[in-house]
Ligand binder design. Structure first.
Ligand code: IMP
Ligand code: MG
Length: 182
């Protein structure tokens, strides 16, 4: 799998030490409020597991299944909610966790949907933030790393459902992306 990468961006140790900092910040911000974490499946699984184990606060955890990519590297703009019943967030302090903020379509749609259920507050935490103009405006309150506009895989992030189990994050070879869209 590693041969499919152009280069490694973040090694496992780099990711985990950044998570120490993020978790410390979140723990400080929520020390007097109970958190309800909503993790966006499937990309945020590794991030969620490693981040939450570093937050020593009582919290509730729910997952939300959405799809927007349909196997390509460009978002379709359409966000499909896979669950009929959404997590109960009424009056809760919600923290949405996602792997990456790209076009903004996914997080904007999730935020909108959850806001309609009247939580007390909503914040967004992403592991990666792509530096690019967004199709929809979304602010991430907590960001692991800023990256250039390149397609990355590993540590939960996939290309056509592969590479999620790589323990590090890297840039996928462009010839593999081109090949898949032929
Ligand atoms: P957005 O709706 O365009 O912001 O995209 C959000 C979703 O697209 C993420 O949760 C990822 O699943 C996927 N995505 C966006 N960029 C990448 C990437 O570089 N690698 C892998 N998945 C990505
Ligand atoms: Mg994906």
């Amino acid at each position: 799998m590693q041969d499919d990468l152009e280069r490694i961006l973040f090694h496992e140790t780099t990711i985990l030490s950044r998570l120490d900092q993020l978790a410390a910040q979140i723990s400080q911000d929520y020390h007097d409020r109970e958190l309800t974490v909503i993790a966006v499946l499937t990309g945020s699984l590794m991030f969620m597991a490693d981040l939450l184990r570093r937050i020593p606060l009582p919290l509730k955890l729910d997952c939300l299944g959405v799809a927007s990519y349909h196997g390509k590297t460009q978002t379709s703009g359409e966000v499909i909610f896979k669950q009929v019943v959404l997590p109960d967030v009424v009056d809760r302090h919600v923290l949405i966790l996602d792997d990456i903020l790209d076009s903004g379509h996914t997080l904007a749609a999730i935020r909108e949907k959850l806001e309609a259920a009247k939580p007390r507050s909503i914040r967004v935490c992403v592991l990666l933030n792509k530096k690019k103009p967004r199709a929809r405006h979304v602010d991430a309150d907590y960001v692991g790393f800023e990256i250039e506009d390149e397609f990355v895989v590993g540590y939960g992030l996939d290309f056509m459902e592969r590479y999620r189990n790589l323990p590090f994050i890297g840039v996928l070879r462009k010839d593999l992306i081109a090949q898949a869209s032929e």
